[in-house]
Structure formats: structure tokens, C-alpha cells
Design a protein around this ligand. Structure first.
Ligand code: NAP
Length: 250
């Protein structure tokens, strides 16, 4: 009988882990997405889409589908689903493995203003007008309206609806992974002086940080919320843990 594994995803790591685990015939892997992105990239395994209805709903799903292992590989800034996963796993009596990519570390030459919240990030832009590249989630943009003096270039995967109400907001649609050379070109072309982003970690979105360092630009960066419980930090470590829990049949 195959072991049922549910991966809470929405990240590159979740997709990569799902692909590796699905290669094992004795694992039955389902990947769960919140449904935020209109055309998510092919995940390579069976996918279910949409919220569970809180921790209780997730616990019901785990029981109803005889899930034997829950893997929370959601984004570090997805702050509601992870505590729900902890609660649901306890209720359903299922182990919860957390995969959380490491955060970016400040390097020599970085000009970071580290802030705890998006509101604090907006305040940190200051009283003089700036030209800001904004790479926040579509749901996190409203606070920009409190600082209408700046010029904003907002990058997102899907269109921002409704648009931000401020005098100078433009939008670009793009999806990572991004390359440093392209980020340098964008930052120069748009005469950006500040990047407003979150410390998401990972490789796919790091290019803007490297480009900002090269150009000496300010990065206003929202710090990570704390991880609930223990976490592994790489796809390989997560795969090893799964191998330990469910040794492959020889
Ligand atoms: P969130 O605030 O933690 O979650 C909000 C609600 O969305 C949850 O309570 C849950 O609904 C549902 N949900 C979240 N992740 C889910 C998943 N993988 N499968 C099924 N339902 C899920 O999360 P968010 O910040 O809105 O992010 C949503 C998704 O986008 C996450 O899966 C995350 O991995 C991905 N993502 C987030 C960011 C970010 O910066 N926040 C960036 C890139 C990707 P119910 O309570 O109804 O179960």
C-alpha cells in the first residue's frame, strides 16, 4: 500500500520535493495550492486547489484522505496556513514536516533597511520622493496608498486588481526565476533608487538583491515571521526525512 503524503505548496521547493517523492512508487503524493495564482506552473503531481476551511478543515482532509505525512512547504510569509498545519496535524495525529528555505543574509555592500512589517517598510521610505521597485504580494500593496509621494513600479505574477490608488504607480507582470543581468537592466532603465521587498530567501528572487548591491541601491526588506516548530531548510533534507519515515521497499 502506498503512503499518502500531502504537501502544502505554492513554492519552488514544494514543487521540487513533490517531483522527487512522486518518483517513488510507494508514495502517493498530493500537492495543495491556495489558488492565488491564475495559471500556476505545472506541479508535476496531482494537485488540489483552495483553502481547507481553517485548521479543522485541514484536519478533516488529513483524516478523510488517510494522509500519513503532512509537509508544510509553504512560503515563509504565508503566516496563516503554517499554524493551521501544526494544529491540524496534532488533531489528526499526523506528523508535520516543515520545509522552510533559509533567509537571505546581508552581505558586504548591501544597503538594507530591515523592518518588521510592510507598514514599517512604507514608513522607512521616508519623506523625500523615491523611485521604488515593489516586489510584494498582490494582497500586500494597500499600504502604498499611505505614501503617495513616491513613484512605484510594482512587479507581480498576476495583475493587481483593484489597482493601487496613488498618483504614480506602474505595473509589470513577470514570474521568476530572475537573472541579475536583467534586474540590473530594469533598475537602471527605470532609474529605481529603492527596492521594497520581503526576505523570502531562495534563489529565484535573489537577483534583485544582488543587482541592488552592485548599484548601491537601498533595499527596504521586511524580516521573516518566526517559524512555528522545527524546520528543515532544503528539499534534500526534507526528502531524507521522508526516506527515514518511510524507507523505500527493497
Ligand atoms: P496564508 O495567509 O498563510 O493563508 C491564507 C489561507 O489560504 C489559509 O488560511 C488557507 O485557507 C489558504 N492556504 C494557504 N496556503 C495554502 C495551500 N498551500 N493549500 C491550501 N490552502 C492554502 O498564505 P498566503 O500568504 O495568502 O499565501 C498563499 C499561498 O501562496 C501559500 O500556499 C504560499 O505558499 C504561496 N505564496 C505566498 C507568498 C507570500 O509572500 N505570502 C509568496 C509566494 C507564494 P484555509 O484556512 O481555508 O485552509
Amino acid at each position: 500500500m502506498a503512503h499518502h503524503v500531502l504537501i502544502l505548496g505554492g513554492t519552488t521547493e514544494a514543487r521540487q520535493l513533490a517531483g522527487r517523492l512522486a518518483a517513488r512508487k510507494d508514495l502517493d503524493v498530493t500537492l495543495s495550492l491556495a489558488g492565488r495564482t491564475t495559471n500556476p506552473v505545472d506541479q508535476g503531481v496531482p494537485v488540489r486547489i483552495g483553502g481547507f476551511g481553517g485548521a479543522d478543515g485541514l484536519a478533516d482532509y488529513l483524516r478523510d484522505n488517510a494522509i500519513e505525512l503532512l509537509i508544510d512547504a509553504t512560503h515563509p510569509f504565508a503566516t496563516r496556513i503554517s499554524p493551521n498545519a501544526v494544529t491540524a496535524a496534532v488533531k489528526a495525529g499526523v506528523p508535520n514536516l516543515v520545509l522552510r528555505r533559509p533567509q537571505w543574509q546581508r552581505q558586504d555592500g548591501d544597503r538594507w533597511a530591515e523592518v518588521p512589517t510592510i507598514e514599517a517598510a512604507i514608513a522607512a521610505l521616508g519623506a523625500a520622493p523615491r523611485r521604488v521597485l515593489v516586489t510584494l504580494g498582490r494582497q500586500e500593496l494597500r499600504p502604498l496608498e499611505n505614501a503617495p509621494l513616491h513613484s512605484y513600479l510594482v512587479r507581480s505574477v498576476d495583475p493587481v486588481e483593484p489597482p493601487v490608488v496613488a498618483p504614480d504607480v506602474r505595473y509589470i507582470l513577470d514570474r521568476g526565476p530572475f537573472k541579475t543581468a536583467n534586474e540590473l537592466e530594469l533598475l537602471k532603465r527605470e532609474r529605481i533608487d529603492t527596492i521594497l521587498t520581503k526576505n523570502s530567501g531562495g534563489d529565484a528572487a535573489y537577483a534583485k538583491i544582488a543587482a541592488a548591491r552592485e548599484l548601491g541601491l537601498t533595499v527596504v526588506i521586511v524580516s521573516r515571521p518566526p517559524v512555528v516548530g522545527e524546520a528543515v531548510s532544503s528539499v534534500s533534507e526534507a526528502e531524507q526525512t521522508v526516506t527515514h519515515l518511510f524507507p523505500p521497499a527493497t
